[in-house]
Design a binder for this molecule. Structure first.
Ligand code: 5GP
Ligand code: ZN
Length: 116
């Protein structure tokens, strides 16, 4: 499995940096965001290091399906029954700060659209 020793999310996968886990399976890890933008804010990541959403290949299709399903499971478990948002930022114009794929799961308040 691809990992990057300098990547903060790879360090969370390895257990070298603590995180509040909300989901885990063989390929996917979910944990609370350090700087939440809403009452509930979690991140779902592949355990494999993939830098951006543009680096996905057909071999990742199964994992990405699982990532999306896990995002819904996390939202249901968090009781976000009024709704939630799943967001993936790709590259700098979208505000990507961590170059290891992640989906944000955000909820617990009314969210605006379009996003900033
Ligand atoms: P991006 O802007 O790349 O889409 O989002 C990166 C997210 O990772 C941000 O919401 C930021 O708060 C979160 N984050 C960055 N470093 C850490 C960390 O060490 N632990 C956790 N739990 N979240 C982090
Ligand atoms: Zn990584």
């Amino acid at each position: 499995m691809e990992t990057d020793k300098d990547c903060i999310f790879c360090k969370i996968v390895a257990g070298d940096i603590p995180a509040e886990k909300v989901y885990e399976d063989e390929k996917v890890l979910g944990f609370k965001d350090l700087n939440p933008v809403a009452p509930f804010h979690a991140l779902l990541i592949p355990k494999e290091h993939i830098a951006t959403l543009r680096d996905l290949h057909p071999e990742h299709d199964g994992m990405m399906g699982g990532l999306m399903r896990a995002a819904s499971e996390v939202a249901v478990k968090a009781g976000l029954d009024e709704g939630h948002r799943v967001v993936g930022n790709c590259l700098k114009a979208a505000g990507q700060e961590v170059y290891h794929i992640h989906l944000h799961v955000i909820g617990g308040r009314q969210l605006k659209w379009p996003p900033g």
